[in-house]
Every structure is written in structure tokens, then in C-alpha cells.
Ligand binder design. Structure first.
Ligand SMILES: O=C(O)CCC(=O)C(=O)O
Length: 252
């Protein structure tokens, strides 16, 4: 197993540093700013900021920036099969965003009474779904860091604490450079600190499953949208994530 895959199994997450270069980040800044302006330039505060779900509806030009060979290789190793992009999204926030409360992204058990039951003993057998968040501006003290509550993939699903709006004693503070990706298990509890400066903080990315994982998930959304049809034609990696890889049929 690769070290990245091992990290996800042992700690629930891995940081892939600097996957995007300066030129790509400059393009991404412009595309996300345009999408935010088209939406009327709302103050990106609240718990999460300005939310773009699906990202490909709000900013179709972002579709070309989602598939990255390093991530697809890691996901294929993790799932033992090719990954499917099940959810695409983006976030923009500024200093007006408050602490992002602790949460996870499972959909089989999302009832509050169960999610926040410290005595919960059920545990997953394997990793079936992960998020890959691109930290366009990094995860830094100035813009607000991602916080995670590390877990082994088969630890009980109970959280380590029940206070959703405060930092946890077991937490790890994730710091990474602009253009890095954090890949994490859907079962990992995470939160984020508020920013200290008014510079924008942008994230985009996806939730991924193997193609054979059929159960629908509450956060699944559409990627095969009219605005991305040109990108789907031009980009085989994007097409494989969204439509799958066409099987060859023998003539016989
Ligand atoms: O803003 C962050 O770093 C956390 C994002 C988040 O909570 C999520 O992607 O579910």
C-alpha cells in the first residue's frame, strides 16, 4: 500500500502538497471570482461561506481543474477500482465566516441523535467514499485552518466530543500550501477555524466512490451538465470520472 493510502487508512486523511501550480491557481482565482460575482457577490460568511453546489453549474470552467492523475491514482488504489465523481462543489469565504462546526459526510447515519452519540459502537469495514478538497489558498492561520479528528478507517463512528462549535483536544490542525489537496474519509469528523485576515479563502473538489458502489448518498449531485459538455469531450480523465470508462466489446 502506498504511504498516502496508508495515511488515509490509519489517520483518516492525507495531504497532497502543491498539486496545482501558480498559473493554474491564477486561472482558478479568476473563475471562482467570476462565479461569485455572477451570484451577486454575497458576503461569504456564515458557517461555510459562499457555497457552489454543484460547482459545475456555478462555474463550469472549473471542471477541467478537477481531475488530477495523482489523485485519481490514489483513489483507484484506495477503492480497488476506478473512481466516480459523485459530488462536485466549491466554497469561498472571508473573515466574516465563523468557526465551521464539526461534521462528517456519511449519509447512512446522519440523524443527529445517532451521529453525536458518544457510545456509538458501529464501525465501517472499509473505506467506500472520500472527499478531495483543493485548498486553493492553502490551509493557513491567516485564512483559517482545517481541523480534523484523526481516526482509523475501522474505528467506531462515534465522535471524540459532542461540542460542535469548539476545538477538540484530540484534533489535528492541518496546514498546507496553496494548491494542495486534502483527501479524507467520509467518516472523518472535521471543522475549520475562522480566518484572521480578509483575504479570500477558496476550496473546491469532489466526493468520490468506486463505480461499483451503488447506494445513493444525500450529497450526490450532477456533474454531466450542459456547461461542461465541451470539457467532457476534450478531457478523457474528466469523462472517466463522470461517465466511466467505456468497455470494449469484442466483435464476436
Ligand atoms: O473549510 C474547510 O476547510 C472545511 C470544509 C468542509 O467542512 C467540507 O468540505 O466539508
Amino acid at each position: 500500500m502506498s504511504p498516502e493510502c496508508t495515511d488515509i487508512h490509519e489517520r483518516g486523511y492525507v495531504v497532497l502538497e502543491r498539486v496545482y501550480d501558480e498559473r493554474e491557481l491564477t486561472d482558478i482565482h479568476a473563475i471562482m471570482r467570476d462565479a461569485w460575482q455572477r451570484a451577486g457577490a454575497p458576503r461569504p460568511g456564515g458557517h461555510f461561506g459562499f457555497i457552489m453546489h454543484p460547482l459545475f453549474a456555478a462555474a463550469p470552467d472549473m471542471a477541467a481543474y478537477v481531475p488530477r492523475p495523482r489523485v485519481i491514482g490514489l483513489l483507484a488504489e484506495l477503492f480497488g477500482e476506478q473512481p466516480r465523481l459523485a459530488h462536485n462543489g466549491g466554497l469561498m469565504s472571508d473573515v466574516s465566516r465563523s468557526f465551521t462546526p464539526w461534521h462528517y459526510h456519511r449519509s447512512d447515519a446522519c440523524d443527529d441523535a445517532l451521529v453525536w452519540d458518544l457510545a456509538r459502537r458501529d464501525r465501517p469495514e472499509r473505506i467506500t467514499r472520500v472527499l478531495a478538497n483543493v485548498y486553493v489558498d492553502g490551509s493557513t492561520p491567516e485564512r483559517g485552518e482545517l481541523l480534523v479528528s484523526p481516526r482509523r478507517f475501522d474505528d467506531p463512528l462515534a465522535p471524540s466530543d459532542v461540542d460542535r462549535d469548539r476545538e477538540w483536544s484530540c484534533q489535528e490542525v492541518v496546514r498546507c500550501a496553496p494548491g494542495s489537496i486534502v483527501v479524507f474519509d467520509q467518516s472523518l469528523f472535521h471543522a475549520a477555524r475562522p480566518a484572521r485576515t480578509d483575504a479570500p479563502r477558496r476550496i473546491f473538489g469532489g466526493h468520490y466512490q468506486g463505480w461499483s458502489e451503488s447506494p445513493p448518498h444525500r450529497e450526490d449531485n450532477a456533474a454531466d451538465l450542459p456547461g461542461v459538455s465541451a470539457a467532457l469531450t476534450a478531457e478523457p480523465m474528466l469523462r472517466a470520472l463522470v461517465r466511466g470508462v467505456a468497455r470494449r466489446h469484442s466483435a464476436s
